[in-house]
Ligand binder design. Structure first.
Ligand code: AMP
Ligand code: GLY
Length: 421
């Protein structure tokens, strides 16, 4: 198949890597891709979605896979479909589940899907009044997309009120904060679950855990994610079934009733409180770095899963998973997540060790290629992935691989998967 992948992160790299390793004849294109995706396919640079759709049509692209939320919320799927193209991802209307936290919370309430008690408002008085009914910590969220920074966990009522005032005045997030959600703090453990959906049916992938804070022991600022592992032993069949019955099934039914059937990846951020899964948030795309560890655990065809999901035929296939575990450790650049960093040459040791060669690999994100040399180019640079028969073995292997990657200022957590060990 000729396949176009939208995005430039390690998430998109890992999807392309999984497809390239299927051993079939696939031709991959990335828009825009990164300094390493050129080894998997061809990077192109057409930013306008209409022009891109015309290009896809002319080049007989059979399937387009959208990685990040931005193009989805902007309606790239609707544009591609209007050109008669096959594309994996939700429509602009369905992408509101991520694009607007207010839409998401109101949807959850309407269809009785468990979520934290909340108020959605643009009135400062109402927000303050509701805040007084909660006990600290208190969670304050801006409505729109804020690159993962729109959530404040306030440790006191006063801090919560400051956050509310700053959001509603437009000071902290501009228009994205013109409406806020104030909600109760849920105390439990967090999971990332992914359902690949075709509007009617879905396939639930293995549950993963992300590590959002920059530093070991879940300290430091929030990031896009510093590492992940799957499947997590914190989820048993009973919990999977609760997530299916109480969250995924009613969401697919509800979205159909809303006239926006959900196609694409439904990423459910879950807090498990006393054994009960509560929906923290929805995203309408794969998690990053969760995707990087889920892709190598799939033993059936990844490209076929995306194709069937894009053509309402998921019920025709059976998706299979390896019995192994995967651990992914993110290496970020010096100033992440605060500011950009100077490009730094990446030096990779030659892999001689059979175990490392066989059971580890790298998915690349913030890298550029200049005259054949790969540079760390800011943000999250790459993810070292290890596979193993146990989480510990997978993790040891991932860290062995990390030891073979060098660039100035490299930053990583040393405790990925600690909750499972
Ligand atoms: P969100 O963007 O809504 O997923 O929020 C980002 C992070 O904030 C989540 O991954 C959680 O770690 C945390 N968070 C969000 N809402 C809550 C809540 N109601 N209770 C506890 N933690 C929360
Ligand atoms: N890893 C969390 C996210 O992609 O939002």
């Amino acid at each position: 198949m000729k396949i176009l992948i939208l995005g430039n992160g390690a998430r998109e790299y890992s999807i392309g890597r999984a497809i390239a390793s299927e051993g079939q004849e696939h031709e991959l294109f990335y828009m825009p891709g990164n300094g390493a995706t050129g080894a998997l396919g061809t990077n192109i640079n057409i930013k306008d979605y209409n022009e891109l759709a015309v290009w896809a049509k002319e080049n007989e692209i059979e399937l387009t896979i959208v990685g990040p939320e931005g193009p989805l919320v902007d309606g790239v799927v609707d544009i591609f479909k209007s050109h008669g193209l096959t594309i994996f991802g939700p429509s602009k209307a369905a992408a509101q589940l991520e694009g607007s936290k207010v839409y998401m919370k109101n949807f959850l309430a309407k269809y009785s899907i468990p979520t934290a008690r909340y108020i959605e408002t643009s009135s400062i008085e109402d927000a303050f009044k509701f805040t007084d009914t909660l006990s600290a910590p208190i969670v304050v969220k801006a409505d729109g997309l804020c690159g993962g920074k729109g959530v404040i966990i306030a440790m006191s009522h006063d801090d919560a009120k400051v956050a509310i005032s700053e959001m509603l005045s437009g000071k902290s997030f501009g228009d994205a904060g013109k409406s806020v959600i104030v909600e109760e703090f849920l105390d439990g453990y967090e999971l990332s679950m992914f359902a690949v959906c075709d509007g009617d049916d879905y396939i639930l992938l293995q549950a993963a855990q992300d590590h959002k804070r920059l530093l070991d022991g879940d300290q430091g600022p929030n990031t896009g994610g510093m590492g992940a592992y799957a499947p997590t032993p914190l989820v048993d069949e009973v919990l999977y079934q609760k997530v299916r019955d109480r969250i995924i099934a009613p969401t697919l039914e509800g979205m159909k009733k809303e006239g926006a059937p959900f196609e694409g990846v439904l990423f459910i951020g879950i807090m498990v409180v006393n054994g009960e899964p509560i929906t923290l948030e929805f995203n309408v795309r794969f998690g990053d770095p969760e995707c990087e560890i889920l892709m190598p655990l799939m033993t059936s065809s990844v490209s076929d899963m995306f194709l069937k999901a894009s053509t309402n035929k998921l019920s025709e296939i059976k998706v299979e998973f390896s019995k192994q575990y995967a651990v992914g450790v993110v290496m970020a650049s010096e100033n992440y997540p605060y500011s950009s960093s100077k490009p730094a040459e990446i030096i990779l040791d030659e892999v001689h060790h059979e175990e490392i060669e066989k059971y580890t690999h790298i998915s690349y994100a913030g890298v550029s290629m200049q005259e054949g040399i790969l540079y760390a180019d800011g943000g999250r640079v790459l993810v070292c992935v290890g596979l193993g028969d146990t989480i510990k073995q997978a993790r040891d292997r991932a860290y062995m691989r990390c030891g073979q990657v060098h660039f100035a200022g490299k930053k990583l957590r040393t405790d990925i998967a600690y909750q499972a060990l």
